[in-house]
Design a protein around this ligand. Sequence first.
Ligand SMILES: CC(C)(COP(=O)(O)OP(=O)(O)OC[C@H]1O[C@@H](n2cnc3c(N)ncnc32)[C@H](O)[C@@H]1OP(=O)(O)O)[C@@H](O)C(=O)NCCC(=O)NCCS
Length: 309
Amino acid sequence: MNNGFHLRTMQPADREAISRLIFHSTNQYYESIGREPIFQGEELDPAIMFDVYQTLDPNQGLVAVDNKTDGIIGLCFVHPRETHFSLGIMNVHPDHFGRGVARTLLSRIIEMAMTENKPVRLVSSCLNLDSYSLYTRAGFIPFCTFQDMFLEVPENGLTFDPPNDLIVRPGRLDDVEGMVAIEREVAGITRRNDYDYFLRNDKGFWHVSVVESNGQLDGFLISCGSQASNMLGPGVARTEDQAIALIYAELNQHAGHTPVFLVPVNCGELVQQLYKWGARNCEMHVAQSYGLAQQPAGIIMPTFLPESG
Ligand SMILES: CC(C)(COP(=O)(O)OP(=O)(O)OC[C@H]1O[C@@H](n2cnc3c(N)ncnc32)[C@H](O)[C@@H]1OP(=O)(O)O)[C@@H](O)C(=O)NCCC(=O)NCCS
């Protein structure tokens, strides 16, 4: 019990309340800084996040409940993984900003991770000083900066040639171990069940590309084409050439759409290639970690469904 609210784990019956809270809290924030709302469709579109996480991390998320009204006033998704905890979208109802709801949710997640001696990772927006400050004030340290880019893919796919002759192919179920190995090498983290989930593609809106040489995976890139999120990522690659080849392949999975993707700002060759293709910037994000985070030994490309700091 804390400042008139308490925390509990998310339950299946919370689905609609959580979706509405994500929709209104996020949109109101972006409108308050003069930007387009993030969610342009229906209030229940963000329920896809709840559905994906109930499959990947059943009942792991946390909600803050007001003691008087019993309504949900805050939420945060939590993704415990082999190597780390990842923290998902954090939302507080605008009527309850500044009550310490987010700080309390965050402290509980840090405690959970510390019990298992694991770092906590997230990706936060550089445009959103409230959330940037929430995390850095709690002890998180930024370790990688990204520019969010978008590219309109024509109805018939990209009109220019592939950027190089690297071998990119769709991922297969037997790629899981290769994906584990390459993400461990490049990012210092693994999430075996997630790769398996994307490759199985039960929802029908995931796609996985892998780049390989000499029978070994050099990288992978996943993409999501759901109603609430059309993004490329998560992905990793050893080199910028491999990342470019993966992005080309995954963009072509989204013909007639305009997916968003995050690339590290210090990958000059990659960024210049994307500009040449016509990509534009729409936001900036930083990966932050509470506890040790390996400096990327290659290219990391995070996303927001699932959150993948
Ligand atoms: C960002 C958000 C989650 C914060 O929720 P909140 O419950 O109002 O935050 P809290 O009351 O717990 O306060 C957050 C902390 O950040 C600190 N903080 C906020 N802005 C700050 C700034 N500019 N500099 C330093 N510290 C700052 C606050 O002082 C507070 O720390 P303290 O209690 O130790 O003083 C909320 O504004 C929100 O839901 N926004 C819309 C959705 C969103 O942007 N989500 C985050 C991205 S996924």
